[in-house]
Design a protein around this ligand. Sequence first.
Ligand SMILES: Cc1cc2nc3c(=O)[nH]c(=O)nc-3n(C[C@H](O)[C@H](O)[C@H](O)COP(=O)(O)O)c2cc1C
Length: 311
Amino acid sequence: MPNINFSQSLVALAPLAGFTDLPFRYICKKFGVDITFSEMISVNALIRDSKKTFHMLKRASNEDIYIVQIAGSDINNIIEAVKILNDIEGISGIDLNCGCPVPKVVAQDAGSSLLKDLPHMAKIIEAIKKHSAKRYTSVKTRIGFSEKTPEIIAKKIEEAGADFISIHGRTRSGGYKAEIDYDAIKRAKECVKIPVFANGDITTYEKALEIRNFTKCEGLMIGRGAVGNPWIFYQLKHNQKNVDKSFIKLIVLEHLQLMIEFYGDKMGVILFRKHLHAYSKSFPQAAMFRHKVNTILDTNEIQKEIERFFI
Ligand SMILES: Cc1cc2nc3c(=O)[nH]c(=O)nc-3n(C[C@H](O)[C@H](O)[C@H](O)COP(=O)(O)O)c2cc1C
């Protein structure tokens, strides 16, 4: 597997539970994204040997730099999970989730909860680094739990031995809607030597360039801005403001096909609905289309609707 070339302007697909599965990562990779992250994988689920978890971990055939993100807090469990991942081929690195705001995760002292106990967070990073046989150990964090302390967090992550950091420019209290603090990301970037990815509300080519220039980060990480819009990676890799969207129907059909292969007929169609909603957003009659596809379970029927709708 190739190393990450941090000297070029990088773009990464953010981990998004429920979205960045193998089919979607394959599509984003086709559009040139450099680094892909799995959906968050619970360390406990991984240890319990859950079949579903192993399915979630599969790498798409075109993913060359594929990072698996884990969420947990207990060091022994984390080490056990790392050892399981060591035996799975095709994984470039292990990323520690220090950003998840979901109460269930926070209650287990995982995700963004780790930002309340930085010495413990550091011990986890050190343990991953020590036991992982993968090339990269990385961390995805927010800029604080309640208070903004981006410099302190970034320094601690670097000292613990992480190879790079992705920073979502909100605190845990900021959820997913507070205004992104790009200045906090920039300050964190300035106080560490390891590469930093800036993350949060990067939804257009223009905004991506602006954030890249402002933060001077080695990379940008894009999540929701890529859902229904995976060609944002092509725009950034090829420096193109406008893309020809006449091929959207083909992409949507290919994405559907991959979903069916990965999840099976009925589940593939059901799980594809949220992507169809996103793909159809800027088209006329999108609301009617969304309403219609919400009731379809049959593969051929959904395919016909897609062919009719995306002209
Ligand atoms: C539906 C959803 C699922 C998410 N799942 C994860 C996850 O599994 N791991 C993680 O680190 N962050 C997760 N996030 C946070 C994103 O990776 C990202 O930090 C956040 O959405 C801001 O970036 P964006 O505006 O580009 O989406 C999730 C966010 C959303 C909206």
